[in-house]
Design a protein around this ligand. Structure first.
Ligand code: FES
Length: 64
């Protein structure tokens, strides 16, 4: 699946590019990403999207 269509937060329909943009703009924690995008605030309270965000943050950190 193309990255731009990859869902991160299914509850709030937030896809990969929006989360990537938040990280590129300085989000460094789950809370930062949640505040910038609304991820983790849906029905599952982040149960499904949290691991994906953690992986994206780790990937971004590995590149710095
Ligand atoms: S998938 Fe993000 S809050 Fe449920």
């Amino acid at each position: 699946m193309l990255l731009k269509f990859r869902p991160v937060c299914i509850c709030n329909t937030i896809r990969y590019p929006r989360v990537k943009e938040a990280i590129d703009r300085g989000a460094r924690t789950i809370e930062d990403v949640a505040q910038a995008t609304g991820c983790t605030t849906g029905e599952c309270a982040g149960e499904r999207c949290r691991p994906v965000i953690v992986a994206m943050l780790a990937e971004a950190q590995a590149k710095t």
